[in-house]
Design a protein around this ligand. Structure first.
Ligand SMILES: C[S@@+](CC[C@H](N)C(=O)[O-])C[C@H]1O[C@@H](n2cnc3c(N)ncnc32)[C@H](O)[C@@H]1O
Length: 258
């Protein structure tokens, strides 16, 4: 529910799922969505693509995948970690490689290798599109506190905090061309002019706060239990009463034809 609401809120904000200038009407497109969770991004995209498209979603948690009978006929979901080498027969075969909100899983030390693996999947002339959150922007004290905890938790897990802002440079450094960046401040709760999106975004990000608090407790963070337990309700109240923003970086780039 959290990820599906978040997906709807992001889609409404940007207006489309693919920002890379790929012609989605081209027959026989091959698209992979890494860290796909329940494959929602891919299944949503499938509704607007020709049936000849091949759509592959990967994740490390098989239980997130919907039952196989619910997969569209051209969608396949399989297990693959971004920290492990991809099957060699997938390399250089995709028109579009997409990944949203998953790069932190590679850790600070594994970031470049994970990016290298994703770029390896793109065929020459094809596109990569990455979407990552930037936790340095907030509008109220509860969201500030939440992002401070994100920093603490990421630090304990050796996960970089600024990767969203670094993506563009990392893709240039990796030899990609036509590198573009679109920075979105997605309105949350009361800030969102659409009543349904206001409700769904507040709900999704309150649940996100709950997850970060649980991670804070699991990683033995030094915050007091009272401070941790106060966070989720204060985020919920702030988003409902005053609203907030969540900054997301959309970065896309093309693999040179050589
Ligand atoms: C925040 S969710 C994002 C899901 C989806 N991309 C979206 O935007 O709705 C992060 C996803 O990354 C997956 N994940 C975590 N570590 C991973 C890894 N090492 N390799 C691949 N996926 C991973 C999780 O299982 C989860 O589905």
């Amino acid at each position: 529910m959290r990820l599906s609401f978040q997906h709807e809120v992001l889609k409404q904000n940007v207006g489309k799922l693919v920002l890379a200038p790929l012609d989605l009407t081209t027959p026989n497109l091959r698209i992979v969505d890494s860290a796909t969770a329940d494959g929602l991004w891919l299944r949503d995209l499938a509704t607007s693509l020709p049936p000849s498209a091949t759509l592959i979603g990967t994740d490390i948690v098989e239980s997130y995948f919907p039952p196989k009978e619910d997969w569209p006929s051209n969608v396949t979901l399989s297990i693959q970690s971004i920290t492990k080498p991809w099957p060699s027969d997938m390399n250089s075969t995709f028109d579009l490689v997409h990944q949203r909100f998953a790069l932190p899983a590679a850790g600070r030390s594994g970031l470049k290798a994970a990016l290298h693996g994703l770029i390896g999947l793109v065929k020459p002339g094809g596109w990569i599109q990455l979407v990552e959150a930037d936790h340095s922007v907030f509008t109220g004290p509860a969201m500030e506190e939440l992002f401070e905890l994100v920093k603490v938790v990421f630090g304990a897990m050796d996960v970089g905090y600024a990767h969203a802002r670094e993506l563009k440079d990392l893709l240039i450094e990796a030899g990609m061309e036509d590198v573009h960046e679109d920075v979105r401040d997605v309105p949350l709760g009361a800030t969102n002019p659409d009543a349904e999106m206001a409700r769904k975004s507040a709900y999704a990000y309150t649940l996100g706060a709950k997850g970060i608090v649980q991670a804070g407790k699991a990683t033995g963070c030094e915050w007091s239990t009272e401070r941790l337990d106060a966070l989720e309700p204060s985020v919920e109240k702030e988003l409902q009463d005053a609203g907030g923003v969540s900054r997301a970086y959309y970065v896309w780039a093309r693999k040179p034809v050589r």
